[in-house]
Design a protein around this ligand. Structure first.
Ligand SMILES: Nc1ncnc2c1ncn2[C@@H]1O[C@H](COP(=O)(O)OP(=O)(O)OP(=O)(O)O)[C@@H](O)[C@H]1O
Ligand SMILES: [Mg+2]
Length: 521
């Protein structure tokens, strides 16, 4: 028997019987579904490499079936069977991702074409199946949804997302700008049952108070001057799904009251409306603000904080997860090289050295922008230090010339910091670095090579790597100019506290005051 299972979805008995016989003779394992709905159920329950779907079927037509398969991420290759009158729809199905289509009547010529198409479609399915298996092996190790990261902190985060996603508990995501808060919110949604429902993102800082209120709760006709139509709010529209409230600490006090009530009662009332509307919503919120300060200063209601922070996830800044920097940089390089049609295959050692030792006050966003800009600038097959170091930091001397080593740092860590920072400050000049450090150049190169080769294990176990040199002035490659790192970024060098991802119960106290760099780029 040939490898490959095929489902024939058609309500015409003559076609299903004929095709079944022919394809079984060819050696395939063949099943039949007599309408679109049944086909969907069979495809969800079992694995089929190919589905031959009639465009016109009871309950669910071919195009709708294809969309359902994609929406539910059920893997299979879809070949559409179409009559003359519906060729336009078949072409539309191709645009939607169908493998191909075949026209009725299924005469000898068409059947031969089908026989030739099926092995190709099955081959595509097999290749994609392999990729899916590989991706699921990596899931939780180096990647998770759209998140990349293999550090202990990120793996811990993946586990927390897995644990928290299925519940309806509100989640509060804390972290500096560009640490991936929105990606985490999306991952929580996608890993939950709510993935089938909508994901609604609202930025509380970007929207004026009235508009935010209207977006969240909607309004009735005539609620205010000019409101000629009724409009449901996010709570209603995203019912069954997730609302992501970004920069939640910026919300005005009266909206905070309304939000608190909605969270407590799971009921909302539109502006100008009397009716209470029941909603089934999960709230994920994010902020890069110091929330204890916001509560103390009366900007954020404490009772709302407890409602939002049933589970709290704290994303560590990039400089505290050195093991992720190289992985992210290489992934961004591959992506942007492909997007820009450039044959850039890697980083020169000195460029990588800069990447690993730069402070990245804008976190992953800044690294991403820097790599994109470097790929565009690169003239050779490797990205050089010149390509990646922002112009105003070039020339060696301008890079940070001090290393702060806290009491309690191990000798090995202190040595590593000094070595990496010196190397970075010379713009990747091994000869000059060795001279400054008073060690032999081959020894320096050997140590650098071992540090560079250490990849993912670097931020595991031994706590902070500490080589998070703050380059004065920060960087603004490909992004808006920055006015230099916040004072606490300099201080974070050698800070004894490793980045944490933690979950807390609502009964816990507000988070301890934390110094956070919160520049938006
Ligand atoms: N772990 C990660 N893997 C891959 N890309 C990431 C990761 N973290 C962040 N990014 C990318 O960095 C950029 C910023 O991420 P995101 O918008 O999620 O950050 P944020 O914490 O919400 O930032 P802000 O506080 O400024 O709103 C995006 O382009 C995102 O795709
Ligand atoms: Mg964000």
């Amino acid at each position: 028997m040939k490898h490959g299972k095929i489902l024939i979805a058609d309500d015409e008995q003559a076609i299903t019987a004929g095709l079944s016989a022919i394809l079984s003779d060819e050696g395939y394992q063949v099943d039949v579904a007599t309408d679109g709905q049944r086909a969907l159920e069979q495809l969800a329950a079992d694995s089929y490499g190919v589905v031959l779907a009639d465009l016109k079927m009871p309950k669910l037509d071919g195009l709708a079936l294809l969309k359902e398969l994609q929406g539910r991420e059920i893997p299979t290759e879809c070949i559409i069977i179409t009559g003359q009158a519906t060729i336009d729809s078949a072409v539309a199905a191709m645009r939607e991702g169908a493998y191909d289509y075949i026209e009725k009547p299924l005469n000898a010529e068409k059947l031969n074409r089908l026989k030739a198409l099926i092995p190709k479609a099955l081959e595509k399915f097999a290749v994609q199946q392999k990729n899916r298996e590989l991706a699921s092996k990596l899931e939780g190790l180096t990647h998770y949804g759209e998140l990349t990261g293999q550090s202990e902190a990120m793996r811990e985060l993946y586990k927390l997302i897995d644990a928290v996603a299925p519940s309806t508990a509100s989640v509060l995501i804390l972290g500096e700008s560009g640490t991936g808060k929105e990606l985490v919110a999306t991952a929580i949604h996608k890993k939950s049952e709510r993935a089938k429902g909508p994901f609604f993102a609202l930025n509380c800082a970007a929207l004026p108070k009235e508009i935010l209120e209207n977006e969240l709760f909607g309004h009735e006709k005539g609620a205010f001057t000019g409101s000629t139509n009724e409009k449901p709010g996010a709570f209603e529209m995203a019912s069954g799904g997730t609302i992501f409230l970004d920069e939640v600490a910026e919300m005005s006090p009266d909206i905070q009251v309304k939000l608190l009530r909605a969270l407590e009662t799971r009921m909302v009332r539109r502006l100008g409306g009397k009716k209470e509307i029941q909603v089934d919503i999960r709230i994920v919120a994010a902020t890069n603000k110091d929330l204890q300060k916001a509560i103390a200063e009366g900007e954020l209601r404490e009772d709302l904080y407890y409602r939002l922070a049933v589970v709290e996830l704290d994303l560590p800044p990039l400089r505290e997860r050195l093991g992720d920097i190289q992985l992210l940089a290489e992934e961004f390089l591959t992506r942007f090289a492909q997007q820009n049609g450039k044959k850039v295959t890697g980083f020169e050692d000195s460029a990588l050295e800069f990447i690993l030792t730069h402070n990245w006050p804008g976190n992953v966003r800044e690294l991403k922008n820097a790599v994109e800009s470097a790929v565009i600038m690169a003239r050779g097959s490797k990205i050089t230090a010149q390509d990646i170091i922002p112009r105003r930091l070039r020339g060696g001397g301008e890079l940070s010339s001090s290393v702060t080593i806290q009491v309690g740092t191990s000798m090995a860590d202190a040595r590593r910091q000094l070595l990496l920072r010196t190397f970075a400050s010379t713009g990747g000049d091994a000869v000059r670095s060795a001279k400054l450090l008073g060690i032999a150049e081959p020894d320096l190169r050997a140590e650098l090579a071992s540090l560079l080769g250490a990849g993912g294990s670097r931020d595991g176990g031994g706590g902070r790597d500490g080589s998070n040199g703050a380059a004065p002035g920060g960087t603004s490659v490909g992004g808006p100019p920055s006015g230099g790192p916040a004072p606490d970024e300099e201080e974070s060098l050698g800070s004894p506290q490793a980045g944490t991802v933690r979950s807390r119960s609502a009964a816990a106290k507000p988070p301890a005051a934390k110094t956070k760099a919160s520049k938006k780029r």
